[in-house]
Design a protein around this ligand. Sequence first.
Ligand code: SF4
Length: 121
Amino acid sequence: MKKEMICTVCPIGCRITVEGDAAAGEVHSIEGYTCKRGIQYATDEFLHPVRILTTTVKTDRKDAPVLAVRSRTPLPKDKLMDCMEVIRKVQVKAPVERYQVIVPDICGTGVDIVASGKLEA
Ligand code: SF4
């Protein structure tokens, strides 16, 4: 399996190509990086890609029907759809403070979904 990616560690944005077998946890070759940080980024992105999840949840307020939320830390990319299914069913009740936990340990990932903004009572 071959995967192309752009390193996001620094603004240079090297285009990196990784070959390997992600399911077996193997990286066979990495090309296109300029520094060691790119090797680490590409290895992680190939074997265990993660993303910060940003979305909204419903609220009980008619004048503010949605509240922005995000994962406190990056989530495994292959869990994002499952996490969205859980978040889609959530409705928060005002008041909500910024960074208040909305969904603890979402999908058993150990990552909390927290409020990005505030919802007044
Ligand atoms: S490989 Fe190094 S130089 Fe290239 S974008 Fe990544 S961190 Fe920056």
